[in-house]
Design a protein around this ligand. Structure first.
Ligand SMILES: [Zn+2]
Ligand SMILES: [Zn+2]
Length: 599
């Protein structure tokens, strides 16, 4: 783990433990905010650790936090963290991770029943002692039990690439149910996060019972967890064609919640259930400053009355669409992908929220494999697929010789392949097929082909594939060397991480970004949902530095072109605009850029 990841974890644990020991909300929030800021920071904080001035420039890092960062850099520990660890049993933090259990309940279980671990919790459920706690009905206990089972079998979160097609298909099915007027998924899935906990669906309908029935009896439902008047929850198995296609990462399935919301509150509900929690807190604060109240039913003028305004028959100032509500709060509509309380509300307020790159903007795929290495399509087959999606350019970039398991090409085979690509380009009209390579960045930062060979290629994507556990300093040096190479266009999946499977390289991302800007190299967002590499927070840092970004599907088979949406949403989460995204450029501009360093 790099320095930032370590210190962020310390702050996260402190926030949780402070809450469990009954500290005030302000202190708890300050620690979780610090953890979030540190995680989002692209630069390595270790060299800055004794520079309080620099540290406190970061949003969410006050003097106290800065002192703790300095202490951690100096001693490898934070005294207050150690003290808290002495007070809070380690196993209690795992209990806090059980879905549906908040700190208040966990604290109560700890105080009253001495529950200090997940094992204790299970014993208390079996022994029936949990039922003795206030507000602990049979239904709540059953839910905790199921959360525990689910957590054990699934490992928790689901990749966005698995959740999205499931959500799309539910939305489609519910859209066909009689009476349903509007249906959409909300939650972190709508915000384009890389992993999600569960799927939230909202509908408006003239026949709530009909929608609920249809939902609970969908094919694939393995269990109905709740069946209320306005909310149902089910456990859904991951369809074979999704789980199977993507390597069977399906676990025990996914929880899906359906809520029927009043038609006139659609916008307010969609906003509320899309989140993020932090974004919504900011919006509610903004509403209060303007003498209003915001909840999932609408934005209301504060009339000083008691109780929720919708229950007192107060007409909302805005509620039917998200646009109306944002407008009434004095900001333009904010796309879901940036609703993370990372400055989006202030930016929108000042009219400075950038126009983000969209799926429709992407007109080129610059990273693709064919049967020459480990792809499933011939050159022309892939090019026809790209053309059918309206692309003007496809770069064929098969693996280089060191990636032997992926069928990497020897220099002789590469030259034959270049000839085949040129022939395909001449044959198929309406799209340019470029000859490229995904060339390995070796452990020391040298490239896997000689310069003479690289100069024969139209596109060079340089990627790390091996030695992905090397330390941060070596990783930084390695990537910098590749970026400085005059023939490199794009650094492919720069860290080599696999989400929830492999940490990958942890280079000093600010140095990588600065070098990429200096040498006019684009950093890739690899759109495969197992990678999403660069990650959103690094994209944001790159965009702020004016670094070019390539969004590529790393195509191996025809279905991989469908992953583009995940790359685009990751780009949006990093505030990426069209002008910095090379795949969104017109053909002439892109091809001119690709000529760099070549004659
Ligand atoms: Zn690769
Ligand atoms: Zn690749």
């Amino acid at each position: 783990m790099g320095f930032n990841a370590q210190i962020a974890q310390v702050f996260e644990q402190m926030a949780a433990m402070l809450e469990l020991t009954g500290a005030d909300r302000f202190r708890v929030n300050a620690h979780s905010k610090a953890a979030r800021t540190i995680k989002d920071t692209a630069s390595d904080l270790e060299p800055l650790a004794d520079d309080e001035k620099e540290l406190t420039k970061l949003d969410g890092i006050g003097k106290g936090t800065a002192a703790k960062i300095a202490e951690f850099a100096r001693t490898g520990k934070v005294e207050e963290h150690q003290e808290l660890l002495g007070k809070v049993p380690a196993g209690l933090l795992d209990v806090l991770d059980v879905p549906g259990l908040g700190p208040k309940t966990v604290k109560l279980m700890w105080d009253e029943l001495g529950i200090e671990s997940v094992a204790d919790l299970k014993k208390a459920i079996d022994a029936g002692t949990l039922a003795g706690l206030p507000r602990m009905g049979a239904k709540t206990i059953e839910n905790i039990k199921q959360s525990l089972e689910f957590q054990e079998s699934s490992g928790g979160r689901l990749h966005v690439g698995i959740a999205r097609p499931i959500a799309d298909s539910i939305v489609e099915r519910l859209g066909e149910v009689e009476g349903v007027e509007r249906v959409a998924f909300a939650g972190s899935l709508r915000r384009g996060k890389e992993t999600i906990g569960d799927i939230d669906i909202l509908v408006t309908t003239s026949d709530p019972d009909g929608a609920m029935d249809a939902f609970r009896s969908m094919s694939g439902v393995t269990k109905v967890l709740a069946a209320g008047e306005t909310k149902s929850s089910v456990r859904l198995e991951i369809p074979d064609e999704i789980g199977g296609r993507f390597g069977g990462d399906a676990g025990a399935g996914v929880q899906v919640d359906l809520r029927v919301v009043p038609s006139e509150s659609w916008g307010a509900a969609l906003m509320y259930f899309t989140g993020s929690k932090e974004h919504n807190v900011r919006l509610r604060e903004r509403a209060i400053k303007r003498g209003m109240t915001l909840n999932e039913y609408g934005l209301f003028e504060d009339d000083g009355g008691d109780g929720p305004p919708q229950k007192r028959g107060v007409t909302p100032a805005a509620s039917e669409s998200e646009e109306d509500i944002y407008r009434a709060l004095g900001v333009g509509w904010i796309p879901p992908t940036v609703r993370e309380d990372r400055g989006e509300i202030d930016a929108a307020d000042a009219g400075g929220l950038p126009e983000l790159v969209t799926l429709a903007d992407i007109k080129a795929e610059l990273h693709s494999h064919t049967t020459a290495s480990d792809g499933a399509m011939e050159i022309l087959e892939s090019a026809r697929e790209a053309k059918s999606r309206g692309f003007h350019t496809l770069a064929v970039t098969d693996h280089s010789k060191s990636s032997a398991v992926a069928g990497g090409l020897s220099v002789d085979r590469l030259r034959e392949h270049i000839a085949a690509i040129r022939a395909a380009d001449a044959e198929l009209k309406g799209i340019s097929i470029l000859a490229g390579s995904e060339v390995d960045i070796l452990g020391d930062g040298t490239l896997d082909y000689d310069d003479e060979v690289l100069a024969e290629l139209d596109v060079v994507v340089a990627s790390p594939h091996a030695a992905l556990t090397q330390d941060s300093k070596k990783a930084t040096k390695r990537l910098l060397r590749a970026i400085e190479h005059p023939l490199v266009h794009i650094i492919g999946h720069p860290t080599g991480r696999l989400i929830e499977r492999r940490r990958g390289l942890e280079p000093a991302m600010d140095e990588i970004i600065a070098a990429a800007v200096e040498h006019d190299v684009a950093l890739e967002i690899n759109a495969h949902w197992m990678r999403l590499d660069l990650r959103d927070s690094h994209v944001r840092a790159a965009v702020e530095a004016g670094c070019k970004i390539a969004i590529d599907c790393d195509v191996h088979g025809p279905g991989d072109y469908d992953n583009l949406v995940f790359g685009v949403e990751t780009g949006q989460r990093g505030w990426l605009t069209k002008d910095l995204c090379v795949n969104a450029w017109p053909k002439a501009k892109l091809h001119k850029w690709l000529k760099k360093g070549r004659g």
